[in-house]
Design a protein around this ligand. Structure first.
Ligand code: F6P
Length: 328
């Protein structure tokens, strides 16, 4: 390995937690030990960096965490880290511990923090995409996305049972912030009558037509998936509008919410997190910085953080078309 200068790496999780974050921390720390580095856990993300909640990690700290949801390092969204003073405090604390590189596990906000920090203080940092939203470019999937989709689909299967028993129309809202990745997967995987995502406009009239056609086709249950973050509103607002046009429907709304963030990571997320954790440490040792480790077509790829956070990753047109074909 090159770049012998790195001897102490700090690892943190930040932003919304995601299943598989623990598996990623474990992989980062184990890889660090493998390469004879000292590894430090920074608790509560950037907030903990500012408050000096930094501890040297030992093997026992990461035992039996691979299979656990959440993040044992805890997470936070730090307002203070957005200020120069906050970042200076954070940098001073890293220096106190002699930490010379960082691995940041999180979504776009967390990686933006790592990018800024590198620009201001020159601390080499590698990001690992950890968010259920799957909204980062430079990786086919983010850690936690697969588990969140599984959780959403399992919940919708249960809703389907009661929807069918009562001939009801359900509007189910899923997470994803401004992105429709969870929604489109949940829609395909649960035979939804329609899937509404922020990236594509679906006029209410079209949804009404689709539901009318399904009534004609004697469908006994209808589940419409609504991604949060859409311009026409969430599941409750859409349900209100539909109620006015289709008063004969018995309509219910379920917001899946934070249950999509919890639970043991799926095998896919465990493996993804493990591969990215090791790759991030090896990337740092090879002199990489200000990049995010991701997997594209089953190969590890490092993408500049500035590109990964652009917010231009799009729901695949094929996925959208397939969801539409299967719901008519
Ligand atoms: O980014 C992950 C996510 O769960 C989004 O899907 C959601 O919009 C947001 O975080 C919720 O954030 P919080 O837990 O802070 O309410």
């Amino acid at each position: 390995m090159e770049n012998k200068a790195i001897t102490k790496i700090g690892v943190l999780t930040s932003g919304g937690d995601a299943p598989g974050m623990n598996a990623a921390i474990r992989a980062v720390v184990r890889a660090g030990f493998y390469y004879n580095l000292e590894m430090y856990g920074i608790y509560r993300g950037y907030e903990g960096m500012i408050q000096n909640e930094i501890k040297k990690l030992e093997s026992k700290n990461i035992a039996h965490i691979l299979e656990r949801g959440g993040t044992f390092l805890k997470s936070a969204r730090s307002a203070e880290f957005r200020t120069e003073e906050g970042r200076q405090k954070a940098y001073d604390n890293l220096k106190k511990h002699g930490i010379d590189a960082l691995v940041v596990i999180g979504g776009d906000g967390s990686l933006t923090g790592a990018h800024l920090f590198f620009k201001e203080f020159g601390i080499p940092a590698i990001g690992i995409p950890g968010t259920i939203d799957n909204d980062l470019a430079g990786t086919d999937h983010t850690i936690g996305f697969d588990t969140a989709c599984n959780t959403a689909i399992e919940a919708i299967d249960k809703i389907r049972d009661t929807a069918t028993s009562h001939d009801r129309l359900f509007f189910v809202e899923v997470m994803g912030r401004d992105a429709g990745f969870i929604a489109i997967n949940a829609g395909i995987g649960s035979a939804a009558a329609a899937t509404l995502i922020p990236e594509k406009k679906m006029p209410i009239e079209r949804l009404v037509e689709r539901l009318k056609a399904r009534t004609k086709a004697m469908k006994t249950s209808n589940i419409v998936i609504v991604a949060e973050g859409g311009k026409s509103g969430g599941a409750a607002e859409i349900a209100e509008k539909i109620k006015k046009q289709l008063p004969y429907y018995d309509i219910k709304v379920t917001i899946l919410g934070h249950l999509q963030r919890g639970g043991a990571p799926s095998s896919y997320d465990r493996v993804l997190a493990s591969k990215l954790g090791v790759s991030a440490v090896e990337g740092l040792l090879h002199g990489k910085h200000d990049v995010m480790a991701g997997i594209i077509n089953n190969k590890i790829v490092f993408t500049p953080i500035s590109k990964a956070i652009l917010g231009d990753k799009e729901v695949d047109e094929d996925d959208f078309r397939i969801a539409k074909i299967l719901s008519t």
